[in-house]
Design a protein around this ligand. Sequence first.
Ligand code: 13P
Ligand code: SF4
Length: 291
Amino acid sequence: MDTIILAHNYQRPEVQDRADYTGDSLRLCQIARDVECKDIVFCGVDFMAETAAILNPEKRVFMPDPLSQCPMAHQVTSEDIIQAKSLYPDAAVVAYVNTMAAVKAVSDTICTSANAVSIVSHLDTDTILFTPDRNLGSYVRRFTDKEIVIVPEGGNCPTHHQLVAEDVLLMKERHPLAKVAVHPECRPEVIDLADYVGGTEGILNYVKNSDYQEFIIGTENGMLYKIRNQCAGKIVHALSTYTVCPNMKMTTVERLERVLREKPGENVVAVDPDVARKAKKAIDAMFELMK
Ligand code: 13P
Ligand code: SF4
């Protein structure tokens, strides 16, 4: 195929409908790595398109809106990591995929929400420098004896971090039969009240495979479209109507159509080749640790 359209699960419904593949960060990374095509149009946010570009130096990767940035991915710099490494010289650095290439380039490996616990557990150092999401980092901490140092201390996803325990308690009161599924980017107090915690693909599979009929979903609300599409008959409620990632919604079908039609040079994702080569090592290390 000449051009493949990839869309994250949080994209607008009409953009998801136009895509060749939809999925979570991990699945989209794997498709970007394996797919045979000339060009990729990535409907998501900057770090996702950048990761696809790093994995495919010979393909062009376009973003329908190059200004769709994940704010969390900009909460840490490579200098922050280099400084933390000088304080913990024996630690391994695990960068959440929601980081920019320069940070991945100074990390030992990366992880996604789907494999963070497993990647950290497979590393043989006792101390892990985890960046940048403090909620995902503290969720991983629950499953390991390793010392997890979060860099920077306050990193978070504004969309998930705004959810609080009261939101869950209110929705449970309104829908007493519903099971609660949340993303690990949520606060620990929200995770404590959930029946299931996982990345977007994990949440989808939980709803699909569960014998229960009704669910409260604590992640970006684009996910509800995907769940409703694939889980006919199940009732799903958003944990909050405010859980919208404005950056994910910057990709409109009109912008997607324009990029497909014109392939404008300014929409091509460019990564410095030296940074890309180093970042690719960290991404490949994740794929190795997953084997
Ligand atoms: P997933 O990897 O679970 O799809 O999450 C990506 C993301 O940006 C969560 O906010
Ligand atoms: Fe980034 Fe949060 Fe948006 Fe995901 S939902 S892309 S982590 S701001």
